[in-house]
Write a protein that binds this ligand. Structure first.
Ligand code: 5GP
Length: 175
């Protein structure tokens, strides 16, 4: 049995969380098992090594994107920077406002974290409608960064989130 199949089979699904009609895919079920965690990290690392080995920086999205982005940056010897929900980061910030099902939210990055011309990999746990990744791409490009790869562990393919994302998207498992 392949690594990908084993990971896919072991991601726990919670029906009607956080609200009725949503099936929540819980990436923490993989982190509970060191062998599955190691396989997942290796698959993510291999994607970056294949698609954009010369990326300058790994950017993780608040908050589960940090769990994968930071170890990848460490392994690949690249800098790591966070994109966070509003009010969490200190200092001079760049921000983007994006729409949610009800209302809107704000993503922020520290102004000096991504430099003009840098090649960027954005990492998150899951791609659903694509709104989150779309906003992250906009923020990075507003800062002058060039998004080479949007990398997620899980993609909910039926929602066609990747159609919204302006840069190349890759996922390890799809539902
Ligand atoms: P989108 O903006 O693509 O609709 O939603 C993606 C964002 O919401 C990601 O940051 C992800 O962490 C979170 N998210 C949405 N649905 C799920 C889910 O089923 N499981 C997990 N782990 N995160 C989800």
């Amino acid at each position: 049995e392949g690594r990908t199949e084993r990971i896919k089979k072991n991601i726990a699904a919670y029906p009607d969380f956080p609200k009725p009609g949503i099936v929540f895919r819980d990436i923490f079920s993989i982190l509970m098992d060191p062998s599955l965690s190691a396989d997942l990290m290796a698959l993510l690392e291999e994607r970056i090594a294949t698609i954009c080995p010369d990326a300058d920086i790994i950017v993780g999205l608040d908050s589960r994107g940090f769990l994968f982005g930071m170890p990848l940056a460490l392994k690949l010897k690249k800098p790591f920077a966070p994109i966070r929900k509003k009010g969490k980061l200190p200092g001079v910030l760049k921000r983007v406002t994006y729409s949610l099902e009800y209302g809107s939210d704000v993503f922020e990055a520290q102004s000096d974290s991504i430099k003009p011309g840098q090649k960027v990999v954005i990492v998150d746990d899951l791609l659903a409608t694509g709104g989150t990744m779309e906003a992250a791409c906009k923020l990075v490009s507003d800062m002058g960064g060039e998004v080479q790869l949007c990398l997620v562990c899980i993609e909910l393919s039926g929602l066609k989130g990747r159609d919204k994302v302006p840069n190349p998207c890759h996922s390890i498992v799809q539902y």
